[in-house]
Structure formats: C-alpha cells, structure tokens
Design a binder for this molecule. Structure first.
Ligand SMILES: Cc1ncc(COP(=O)(O)O)c(C=O)c1O
Length: 677
C-alpha cells in the first residue's frame, strides 16, 4: 500500500458548502493516488453554538475549556453537523468517505487532562478535555485497505467510557504516529507558522519550536499545534507540514501548498556552517572518493545526505537553501512527496524492460511532450548531451534521406555548451573542454553571438543544422539578442538548414513556458531536453518536427535505458506538477527574484556588473571571479553556483517562493559583503 496521508483540516476551512466542495475536489484527487485519512476540527461552529446557548467560549493555549455544557455542544457539533456535512461533500465528489469520531473502536483512547500547565505558568483545569494517549489504528487501517476514506472528528473516550473533547491537531498527530508510514499535513487558515514580524517561517526544528513557544511568538491555537507536532516528531514522524489550507484546491495541491515544514533537527546558523567548512567532514567520503573515483570533478567540501523541498541537509544535519537544484535538475525540489511515491510505486511494479518491447508510459509521455512543444515525435535518452547527440544525428539523417549526403556541417555559437560526448562536444565552444580531445567531429563553425550580421555568410547549402541555446547557461546565463534570433531565422529560412534548439537548461518550464524558443521567436526543427524533465531521474529527450521525423527509420538510433518505465514515470509526475500550477509559480516568483536581484545589484554596483536571465535562471555577472562569493554563500547555508568564471548562477527549484528568494538574497548579500576587500 502507498503511504497514507493524514490531512488535518481546520474547522474554519469547512464553514460554507463552497469551501467543503473545494476541499472535496482536492481530496478526490489525493484519494485517487494514495490512502487518505481526514481529521477535522469544528472551532468556529462550536463557538457559534456555544454563544447561541449563552455559554462564553474559553480557551487556554488553544485548548477549549470544556465543562459539561460545553462538552454537549462540542459533541453535537463535531459528531453531528461538522462531520456529516464534510462527509456529504466528499461523497458528492465520489470519495468513499466514512464519518467517525475518536470514540469509534477506540481510535482516540484518551485520558482527561486534569491540570494543564499553561504557557503563562498557571495551572488550569480544562474540564472534559482529553489527551489521546493511544490511537488504535485497526479500524482506520481496515477502512483504508478497502479503499474508504475515514473522516474523523476530534472526540476521545476514556477508560470508563466517558466522552472527552480532543484537540483535532493533537488527534491528527496521534493518528499519524500510529498508522504506519503516514505523512501528516495540517491545513489551517494561516500561511504557516509566523515569526515575530508576522512572516511565515519556511522550516522549523524542535529547538525552533521551543523558542517560538517560550518567547511568546506562537500564541493560542498555534501553541497547541506546535506542542502536539513536537511530540509527534519526537516519537518518530520525520516531517510535518503546516500549510495554508486556503490555497488548497485553488492554486495549490497538498504537495506544494505554501507553509512551514517541521523537522526534528535543523542547524542553520552561520557559525555552525563556518565551523564545518574549516573542519574535515566526520565521514571519510572525500577520502574514499579521492582513492577510487576518477578525479574529473573539483567538489566543494560538503557531503549531502538528504533533502526536503528547497533544502539539502549535509552529513552533520545542517540545512542549506538550494538555489542550484543539482544544476537545474531537481525541478520539484528534494524528496517531493508525489515523485517519491510514484518512484517507489514504479520500482515495486516494473522499472525497465528495454526498447525491445512496448510499455504503457513512453507513448503517453511522448504525446504530452509533443503537445507542449508543438513537435511531433520524441526520442528518449538519459542526459542532455545524448539529447543533443540525437538531434545532431537526426539532422544529418534528414539530409542523407533526401540524397544530399554532402550536407553535413553544423554552425554553433561562441559561449555555447552542449555536452561532453564527442558530437555535443564538437559544437561546444570552450577550448578548455575541446582541446584535449581533438580531433572532434569535422565541419563545425562557430558564429559570434556578438555579430548577428556575420551569421548569414556562415550558413549555406552545406550546413545540416544551426544549433543554439535560447539562453546560454554554462556560457554565463546569456540570453540571445533579438538581432541574433532574427539572423538565425533568416539564415535557416534562406538556406534550408535545420534549427536545433538546445533547451536542456532553458526548457522544461525553466523560464515560465515549456520551451523558451517560442518566447524569443525561434522555431526549431529539433529540440534537446534534459535536466528538469526528470526532476532528478536521468531523462533526456530529442523532440523532432514533422519535417524531420519521417527521415528517421527503425535502427537509425537507439539506447538501452532511454525512456524506461522509471524515467517516464518521473517525467510524467514532473509534467503533472508543472501543468498543475508550477508554471504560474515560476512566472510570479521570477518577477520577484529579478526585482530583488536588481536591487542587490544597485546596492553593490561596484561588484555586480549585470543581472541576466529569465524565469528561474538568473546570472549575476561580477567584476571579479565569483568563486569566493559562492564559497562564502555555502558557509552561510546558501547554494549558488559559479559559471563562466565571473557569473553567479541561480537555478532554484520551480517550487521556490518569494520567501525563499528573500532568504537567498539576504544570504547572498552577506556573502558579497564578507568577500569585499
Ligand atoms: C544547454 C546544455 N546542453 C547540454 C548539456 C549537457 O547535459 P548533460 O550534462 O545532462 O549531458 C547541458 C549541461 O549543463 C546544458 O546546459
């Protein structure tokens, strides 16, 4: 069984029929892919009913003081209208929901909290309030195994069979801790946990939770929430997300809703990072590598062991805000729940069969890529360089099929980077990469990106294809000028040469549209894709137009792994997320990012020469070598990367928010200040 999701819904999210219907549509899509348990509160409805009956509602640290009369109201509202109305909305959306309370089959066995010590220090008798000491998950697990969705109201029962009012957050934590493998998401009407300035906090650990409670920043209901989450984390839940439930079923799904992630440990202080950089890592990973791994990479001194969303964690448990995303690859961030589930499910079903046989996912992925790119067919491979290799071969194959066998040459550009295999390397500009491997594929000419007018003379009837990156990534985040785009289009149209767009870095949504070529006016015959497309799983694709596709026949090209089930499943999950709201996120966050980067440049005009890029690829060209700034950023818990010596490149995951941008800019600015001479 896939891991269950325990979704706790605050009562304030369920007040109107429209609210419940929106949540029910979301629940239907979750329940279609994994077991779902809903726990709900009824806060404001209970308050309203109490007031109606002339009883003043009273709460201490978010827990309701419950005398006998209040308990009557709590039971009648929670087990009555609140639960039934939510179940009705779910059933209306085809979700097989079953209404329960913690009383049923001992799900919420509770002991009465007689003396609650409040955060102000006083001891308060909360009345008939229970702490659910045990959650017997048998009934819930039985329902899940039969495909039902349990919908549980926060009531408990003590050993004598007396009813108790149980806080729904506490109940959800208890259930999540007792149902094996479950993930807990608590949805409320706030944008997560807020700091003293009222700004949402992205990630909190146990120490952070304690601080917020003891310094009074967390108040009322948030104290109860955080305290129960704290216990659940101590008892072994690895991660809990407190999300803004008002966005659910609107711009966001459960997996990408904005909010606060709670984890057990997280060390982010600058001091701790610095200390790490000056001490040898406790593991001997670098030593072992230095003995046995071919030394082709100069790695920074950090060993990453796990990730969550926008963060990576090293072998000391320290957190880093990731604005590199594995060089534009981890498009959904790290340990994305939907991707993790899909990959686990696919691994348990079928990973690889070879291209000797059909499987159900390759055609589906090709059809979706075709719709997104306007190019008819896909050839699947495993990396960006292979995608370019395929495009170069298909271009030659096209002219060969037409009998123009001498039309074999390629025109590429200065500052280009297309990969490290022989063909892709042959159209890569930097001599540093090429020199030691000569002779490369003959017939390649490099046109200057700074001299659009000179291009036409270089493209003729011996040119098979022109190959270009719509934004040159490794070359220093250099967008193509409008004049160069016009020159490329003119030269290809006049000579008939094919156009290959290398969208390995700029494509797959990076700039807010699936491809960047159409945005700038390029109409390629072949497009190379890679990086973000597999969200971390190696996936590459060469997209081929209707003009070129018929020239490529069975046996012309192939690869063992290309387009296997695991790879296709990853890419399909990625496309679901991209089309399910991420493209809009990229566009919105990009506007914010570039505003902030330009402000940063204005403040450090002596250090930053230019800000370039689009969407979520940004380059800051510095006056000097950018390496010291990149290292200083790493010491402060921010990952950025240097390219073309003087350019700081930002390639955050597509799930980045404005808050992440603010945090990244603050850390980057510290790094810039720290390295000033
Ligand atoms: C534009 C472009 N093309 C091709 C490649 C090569 O991709 P890979 O490293 O997956 O082979 C890269 C890698 O950075 C790239 O940026």
């Amino acid at each position: 069984m896939t891991d269950p999701l325990v979704l706790k819904l605050g009562g304030e999210l369920l007040e109107s029929l429209a609210d419940r219907q929106r949540i029910a549509v979301l629940a239907a899509s979750v329940a279609a892919t994994r077991p779902l348990i809903i726990v709900h509160g009824g806060g404001r409805a209970i308050d309203a009913e109490l007031t109606e009956r002339g009883i003043a509602p009273r709460k201490v640290d978010g827990l309701r003081v419950t005398d006998a009369a209040t308990l009557d109201v709590v039971v009648s509202v929670l087990a009555g209208a609140s639960n039934t109305e939510l179940v009705a909305a779910l059933v209306g959306q085809g979700v097989p929901a079953v209404g329960l309370t913690g009383v049923d089959a001992g799900l919420g066995r509770a002991v009465r909290v007689q003396n609650h010590r409040s955060t102000s220090g006083s001891v308060v008798d909360l009345g008939f309030v229970g702490d659910p000491v045990e959650a017997d998950p048998a009934l819930v697990e039985l329902l899940l195994s039969r495909g039902y969705v349990p919908v549980i109201a926060g009531l408990g029962v003590d050993r004598d069979g007396a009813l108790l009012n149980v806080n729904a957050d506490v109940m959800a934590c208890r259930i999540a801790s007792s149902v094996a493998g479950s993930e807990l998401v608590i949805a409320g009407a706030t944008p997560g946990v807020l700091d003293a300035q009222g700004k949402p906090i992205p990630v909190l650990d146990l120490a952070g939770i304690d601080d917020l409670i003891s310094n009074g920043t967390a108040t009322a209901g948030m104290v109860a929430k955080l305290s129960s989450c704290r216990t659940a984390l101590e008892q072994g839940l690895s991660i809990i997300r407190l999300v803004d439930g008002r966005t659910l079923g609107g711009p966001h799904g459960v997996d990408d809703a904005p909010g606060t992630t709670l984890v057990a440990t997280l060390e982010t202080t600058e001091g701790v990072h610095k200390k790490m950089m000056t001490t040898t890592p406790t593991t001997d990973v670098p030593t072992l590598e230095s003995q046995h791994v071919l030394q082709t990479y100069r790695r920074l001194p950090v060993v990453f062991e796990r990730g969550a969303g926008m963060r990576l964690f090293d072998d000391h448990g320290r957190a880093y805000l990731d604005f590199v995303s594995g060089i534009g690859v981890a498009s959904l961030g790290h340990a994305h729940p939907a991707l993790a589930r899909a990959l686990a499910d696919q691994a348990a079903t079928l990973v690889h069969t070879s291209n000797l046989y059909f499987h159900p996912l390759q055609g589906e992925l090709a059809a979706r890529l075709s719709a997104l790119t306007g190019l008819e067919r896909a050839f699947f491979c495993n990396s960006g360089t292979e995608a370019n290799e395929a495009c170069l071969k298909f271009a030659r194959r096209y002219w060969h099929a037409r009998g123009e066998t001498a039309r074999t040459k390629f025109v590429a550009f200065t500052h280009s980077f297309h990969g490290r295999t022989m063909g892709a390397l042959s159209v890569t500009w930097d001599e540093h990469y090429r020199g030691p491997f000569a002779p490369l594929v003959p017939g390649v000419t490099f046109a200057s990106t700074d001299a659009p007018d000179a291009l036409d003379a270089l493209v003729d009837d011996s040119t098979a294809a022109v190959i270009v990156e719509p934004i040159q990534g490794e070359g220093g985040v250099r967008p193509l000028s409008a004049a160069l785009v016009r020159a490329i289009t003119t030269a290809c149209t006049r000579s008939g040469a094919l156009l290959i767009a290398d969208e390995v870095q700029s494509g797959s949504g990076r700039t807010g549209t699936f491809l960047h070529s159409p945005t700038i006016g390029l109409r390629p015959d072949l497009v190379a894709l890679g990086k973000a497309l597999g969200a971390g799983v190696p996936v590459g694709a060469a997209m081929v137009s209707a003009r070129v596709a018929p020239a490529v026949a069975a046996g012309d090209h192939g690869t063992t792994y290309g387009g296997n089930l695991l790879a296709c499943r990853a890419a399909l999950v990625f496309l679901d997320a991209l089309e399910g709201g991420l493209l809009e996120n990229i566009t919105r966050v990009s506007a914010f990012l570039f505003d902030r980067l330009r402000d940063l440049q204005a403040r450090h005009a002596d250090r930053i020469v230019e800000v370039r890029g689009a969407g979520l690829i940004a380059g800051l060209e510095c006056k000097d070598d950018a390496a010291p700034i990149v290292t200083a950023a790493l010491e402060r818990g921010l990952l950025v990367n240097r390219t073309a010596t003087r350019v700081i490149r930002l390639l955050p995951p597509y799930i980045a928010t404005e808050r992440d941008v603010d945090e990244a800019i603050a850390l980057l600015e510290e790094a810039i200040r720290h390295t000033s001479t």
